[in-house]
Design a protein around this ligand. Structure first.
Ligand code: RIB
Length: 331
């Protein structure tokens, strides 16, 4: 259009954005530009702006559940990181159901996001790999897949599992039950490995008791109901997530048992409400903010074409946060 009208791109942009007067552009030029714009149906809309930049300045965020404070906290940081780069974030909630993952990814691609951050729920990473290879960059956070070329930022879940179990062992607990999340999720696999290695190192391999199979409050409740019916029952419970913990506490209270006097409890995940529980809960805190910031930075590096092929695999350290829910075993 600039060449046809014999004026600069800047002049055209100023006229189409209604700034002709501000920049003292002659009426004749303004009329000429607007007439040409109408003739070729030029739009000053966001679409035209993004077409010129070949970006929509939006990213997708795929999470298992917005209702889970762990993911809500993570999403808040990612939204802020995107906003600081003038990007918007489109969130899709997979309802902790892996069968929703591919459909959710397709919905984000239809909206032409420039990249995607995913906490994967599905066991099969094929579509994620394909999108990263041929469409837009994909970065995983929290949950991830091993041995595939997708970058991820997670917690050192093995270390967290070890820390939690060692604390129980130091308090002379021998019957420590582990209520796990989704068995195929890497955070579960690594936390359980930490639990098993600590038990084996203490000569208690035969006491390993791993139950459950969802990062859900119902899983925590039902499995703990069953554990408390065992004879002898466990003297300690390691809940592998914030959601599982809530269910475990409900079952313990329904049984009329006291924490930690009757049963010690430790959980994965730090949430602000855990300090307000009676008693405050011992937990393994994950560096959620750092994970979210790093995942965002890796994604935007790729969106901006910096080291697009580089695969980053980062595991950040968890932290044991003391509460009052663990005490020495009285048996
Ligand atoms: O409930 C949330 C859990 O699932 C957290 O432990 C987090 O690691 C996610 O994988």
């Amino acid at each position: 259009m600039a060449v046809r009208l014999g004026c600069s791109q800047t002049t055209i942009s100023r006229v189409l954005n209604g700034k002709g007067k501000k920049y003292r552009i002659s009426d004749a030029t303004v009329k000429k530009v607007l007439a040409e714009a109408q003739r070729c149906k030029y739009s000053t809309s966001l679409v035209a702006h993004h077409l010129r930049k070949n970006k929509t300045e939006s990213i997708g965020l795929l999470i298992p559940s917005v209702a889970n404070p762990f993911f809500a906290d993570m999403a808040s940081v990612i939204i802020s990181e995107a906003h600081s780069r003038n990007y918007v974030t489109i969130i899709v909630d997979m309802q902790e159901d892996g069968s929703n993952q591919d459909e959710a990814l397709a919905a984000l691609l239809e909206r032409q996001v420039d990249g995607v951050i995913v906490v994967p729920c599905a066991d099969n990473p094929t579509l994620l790999e394909e999108i990263d290879r041929t469409v837009v960059p994909v970065v995983l956070v929290d949950r991830y897949y091993e041995n595939i070329p997708l970058s991820y930022v997670t917690t050192n879940n093995y270390k967290g599992g070890l820390l939690a179990t060692e604390l129980m062992l130091e308090n002379r607990h021998k019957r420590i039950a582990c209520v796990q999340g989704f068995p195929n999720a890497m955070p579960t696999i690594m936390r359980v490995k930490g639990y098993c290695d600590a038990m084996e190192k203490a000569g208690l391999a035969d006491n390993e008791l791993i139950v459950g199979g969802e990062f859900s409050t119902q899983n925590g409740y039902l499995e703990t109901k069953l554990l408390l019916g065992e004879n002898p029952r466990p003297t300690a419970i390691f809940a592998l997530s914030n959601t599982i913990l809530l269910g475990a506490i409900k079952a313990i209270r329904e049984a009329g048992l006291k924490i930690p006097e009757d049963i010690s409890v430790i959980s994965f995940d730090n949430n602000r409400y855990l300090d307000y529980m009676v008693p405050p809960i011992h937990r393994i805190g994950q560096p959620v903010e750092d994970m979210a910031i790093l995942a965002s930075r890796i994604l935007f590096e790729k969106i901006n074409g910096n080291n697009p092929e580089q695969v980053r695999r980062l595991a950040l350290s968890p932290k044991l946060i003391a509460g009052e829910s663990v005490c020495p075993c009285r048996e």
